[in-house]
Write a protein that binds this ligand. Structure first.
Ligand SMILES: [Fe+2]
Ligand SMILES: [Fe+2]
Length: 329
């Protein structure tokens, strides 16, 4: 990412960058559409350093609950390799875009995902030191995704990324709208997860737009979502139980109520997945686009909260890089 010119300093508040409207089928309010046109539509790459090498970490960092924490830890464990796969699947189409604005957004997408991988790697290493077998998980995920990259056709790889980007976008939006959920994270890991969620929301349409332009098949997009959903839930649940088994939390007596509460937080009808079911189903509409879920106001709020004049994460921000839109001669 060092190729990109830095546009803001570590202390300056980044401007309000926004996404480009998509082919006129975005259901945004008129004032939002005006905002979208006014601003550079590229995706800013924020170089962060959360200092996980030295920061004290909370063992049960979500609601002091072993079961729910194991889910988020499983999520963090798969992120670095997952992000690399997303980058790979989108990068394969970069030369076919012929659209300077989308190319710049792809550069921003790659930069953001690379930063997520780097900071989750640092957090994972710290949890490994606490005794969790994250390195082992990372190696198995790397092998599994290497196999997918070798065997799946390129369009299916991209459809898989688009499906997972939809999950991250709808779960991120839901959590960003729920103060009560945010409060349950210990501050050091909450900052990482919410920064990540904010940037997932910023680039939620990038892989989709690349797919739309270079592949375009509705049947493949919708068809791939079904096995992706099954694989995602099965993989995360499997890793969650693996981490719980390793931690020994399920064998501790007298905690079954807390364990059930932890399972409901993730898999219950009002849990992490259950709450976003309507937004998940939107994906199956033939004309669906991620910007149909309007998150501009929410994003503006979080950019101000984290990186505004009094931003909570300005101390962790090293620099922000704005990928330029190449001018067409
Ligand atoms: Fe990410
Ligand atoms: Fe993403």
């Amino acid at each position: 990412m060092s190729r990109l010119p830095p546009v803001t300093s570590a202390t300056a508040a980044p401007p309000e960058f926004t996404h480009a409207a998509h082919k006129g089928n975005v259901t945004l309010r008129p004032d939002h559409i005006a905002t979208l046109r006014e601003h550079n539509p590229t995706v800013p790459v924020r170089h962060m350093d959360f200092g996980f090498e030295t920061a004290p970490l909370t063992r049960y960092f979500y609601d002091n609950n072993a079961v729910a924490t194991a889910f988020f830890l499983a999520f963090s464990a798969v992120i670095p390799q997952g992000e690399r796969f997303f980058i790979h699947s989108v990068r394969q189409y970069r030369d076919q875009l012929n659209d300077p604005e989308l190319e710049a957004r792809v550069t921003g997408f790659i930069g953001q995902e690379a930063m997520h991988g780097k900071e989750h790697d640092a957090a994972n290493a710290a949890y490994e030191k606490m005794g969790y077998p994250i390195g082992r998980i990372d190696r198995s995920v790397r092998e599994a995704l290497k196999l997918l990259a070798k065997t799946l056709p390129k369009p299916a790889q991209l459809a898989f990324t688009v499906a997972l980007e939809h999950y991250t976008a709808i779960i991120a939006e839901d959590v960003m709208r729920r103060e009560a959920v945010q409060q349950k994270f210990a501050p050091e890991i909450g900052a990482l997860i919410l920064w990540h969620m904010m940037e997932e929301t910023e680039h939620k349409a990038v892989a989709f737009d690349v797919y739309d332009k270079c592949v375009g098949s509705y049947a493949l997009r919708a068809g791939v979502m079904v096995p992706t959903t099954l694989a995602l839930i099965a993989a995360l649940a499997n890793l969650q139980f693996y981490l719980l088994h390793h931690d020994g939390a399920l064998r501790r007596p007298g905690q079954w109520r807390a364990h059930l509460r932890g399972f409901a937080e993730v898999y219950g009808p009002r849990g992490l997945f259950g709450r976003v079911l309507p937004q998940l189903l939107d994906y199956f509409k033939p004309g669906f686009h991620p910007n149909h879920h309007d998150t501009e106001e929410l994003l503006a709020r979080f950019r101000e909260k984290f990186f505004g004049a009094q931003g909570e994460l300005n101390a962790q921000l090293r620099k922000t890089v704005l990928p330029p839109v190449r001018s067409v001669a």
